[in-house]
Unconditional design. Structure first.
Length: 255
């Protein structure tokens, strides 16, 4: 090691600032020690000291100005920094049951895992890991899709996500003169929301993307007017029922 050399210690980028440091610990004074300092954004200022033939003997937070731990003469200078486990479950908002095959991605090159048949997931991350865990699925959306961690030192359980299916906009189109359902009406949702057609009873059901914003508009080939002309939605995440329309034919038309 040379002064100025940089390398990764666990997940922290550190720089060698001395190869001949003198370090005082409860077990005595050590000379010729390697001294490093973190230059990583997740923990700037962390200094570590390594004694020849022993290993790490001291950690010091140069930013906070306090000692984190020091060698007391035991066979192991410092507690081993073992990997930590992040685990949790993904459930459905509608049934509360676990959801399988959800992708859980860990930033920083940790990789991804997939929920099992019960919706559970688990993954191992390095000690002191900082990063983000993100849940994704091929449809629907999450009330909160990201969990963020900083300098993780302990296992994290119950790191749960709640998934909701794509919302459904439904309602009925009726004739103003007879109050009967009107079949064959095209229901269009803007912003890639899709298209549906009313059934014989005038009913329609249209599934739109999770968190969708747009306008639902009815249309028909016959001359007439709909009331309302359209219905607006903003960031919809739940089903919207009774989104009804009434059609009135033009003066020259019939009901």
């Amino acid at each position: 090691m040379e002064v100025g050399q940089e390398y990764f210690s666990w997940i922290l980028l550190v720089r060698v600032i001395s190869t001949n440091a003198i370090v005082n610990t409860p077990a005595g004074t050590f000379t010729g020690c390697l001294q490093t300092q973190s230059i990583d954004e997740s923990w700037p200022g962390l200094q570590e000291f390594y004694a020849p033939g022993i290993g790490k003997i001291k950690e010091f937070d140069s930013v906070g100005g306090h000692e984190l731990t020091a060698y007391s003469g035991n066979s192991h200078p410092l507690p081993p920094k073992t990997s930590k486990i992040i685990s949790g479950m993904v459930t459905r908002s509608d049934t509360k049951n676990g959801l399988a095959d959800v992708t859980i991605a860990f930033s920083g090159g940790i990789g991804t895992v997939t929920t099992d048949d019960s919706g559970n997931y688990s993954n191992t991350v390095p000690y002191n890991w900082s990063g983000t865990v993100t849940a994704s699925f091929d449809s629907g959306g999450f009330i909160k899709s990201n969990l963020t961690y900083k300098v993780l030192k302990a296992n994290k359980t119950k790191q749960n996500f709640v998934w909701s299916p794509d919302p459904v906009v439904s309602g009925r189109v009726t004739r103003s003169s007879t109050k009967q359902g009107m079949a064959g009406v095209t229901i269009s949702a803007s912003n890639n929301g899709g298209i549906a057609t009313t059934d014989l009873g005038g009913n329609f059901s249209l599934t739109v993307p999770y968190n969708w914003t747009g306008v639902v508009t009815p249309s028909v080939a016959d001359s007439g007017k709909f009331k309302p002309a359209g219905k607006s939605f903003r960031k919809i995440i739940k089903n919207a029922t009774k989104q009804n329309f009434t059609w009135t034919p033009s003066v020259a038309g019939t009901s």
